[in-house]
Write a protein that binds this ligand. Sequence first.
Ligand code: BTN
Length: 331
Amino acid sequence: MKVSSSLEQQVLSFLLDGGEEPLPAEMVAKKLGVPATETHKALEGLRSRGYRIEARGKGFRLTGFPERLGEYELEPLLQTRELGRALRYFDETTSTSEIAWRAAEEGAPHGLVVIADQQTRGRGRHGRTWLSPPGVNLYLSLVLRPDVPPARAPELTLLAAVALCEAIRDTGCERARIKWPNDVEIGAHKAAGVLTELSADERGVSFVVVGIGLDVNMGAEDLPEEIKTVATSVRIALGKPYPRARLLARLLERFETWLDRWEDEGFGAVRARWTALSSTVGSRVRLMLDGRQLEGRAEGIDEAGHLVVRTEQGGLEHVVAGDVKTLRAAD
Ligand code: BTN
C-alpha cells in the first residue's frame, strides 16, 4: 500500500534535498503553496515523529532520523519505480520471507517488499536461525517475478549481494566485500546475508522471494557470544548509528538498478561487478562438499554463478553451493 504524500512528507522531502544548508521556511511554504504556519505545523509534526530538525535564523535543517522503520519513514526517501512501491510493514512477524511467500502465492505484484522491525522465526541459509532483535537491523523480503527460465533464478542471489554490498558501501563502509555466494562482510566479519527461494513449474518462474538480513545498528554488546567473533554491523564499522530507513531506500534503489541492467545486459554485468566486490575471488579457500574437503584458490564465478576453484592438484572444480572459508596465512 502506498502512503499518500502528506504535507509533513513533502516538507521532509525538501529537508532531505536541502542537505547541510538551512532551508528558509518561507520558501518551502511558497513552493508548496501553503501558509507558513502550515509549514511550521508540519515541522512540529516531524519532530514529534522523531526527526531532529534544527532551527537556524529563519531556516531549518535536518540533523537526525527517527529510529522507527515504517512506510512513513521510507516513503519520502524512496526513489524506485517498482521495488517497495507495494509495501507491508510489521512491528513483529515470524519471518518476512514466510509472509512474502504467502503474499506471492496470493498474487502479490513484482516489487512487493515485506519489512519487519523484529522477526520471531528469522531464517538463514542451510536451515539456520537468523538473529532478528527489534529496533536495530533490517529484515526484508522482496517478491520478484522475473521473466527467465528457473535455471537463471540463482543469478538473483548474486545480484542481491551486489546491491547489498553497494548500499552498505554508500553508508561509508568502504571495506564491505562479498563472500561467495552472498554474504556481505566488513573486514572479515559478516554484516548481511541473502536467502533466495524460488517457486517455479514447467512454464517457468512463478516468483522468487529474496530475503535480506542486514545488521545495521546492533552494537558489539548485542551480539551473542557464539557469533561475536564472526559478525559485525554497519554501526560497529562506522563507529556511529546509521538511519535504517535511509539504508533500506538505498538498498532498494541499488537493487532496482541492477535488476534493470540484468534484464538489459544479462548476467555478465552482474558477474563482473560481483567479482570486483568479492573477497573470495583470488583467495585460498576451503569448502566442505558432501563430507569431502576441498582446498584451493578461488579463481572466479562461472556463467551460472558457481565458484570456480583451482585445486592443489591443479584441476578446476565448479562448486554449486556450500560454506566457504577464506584461508589466511595462519590457516
Ligand atoms: C544467511 O543465512 O546468510 C541468509 C539470511 C537471510 C535472513 C533474512 S532476514 C529477512 C528474511 N526473512 C527471513 O526469515 N530470512 C531472511
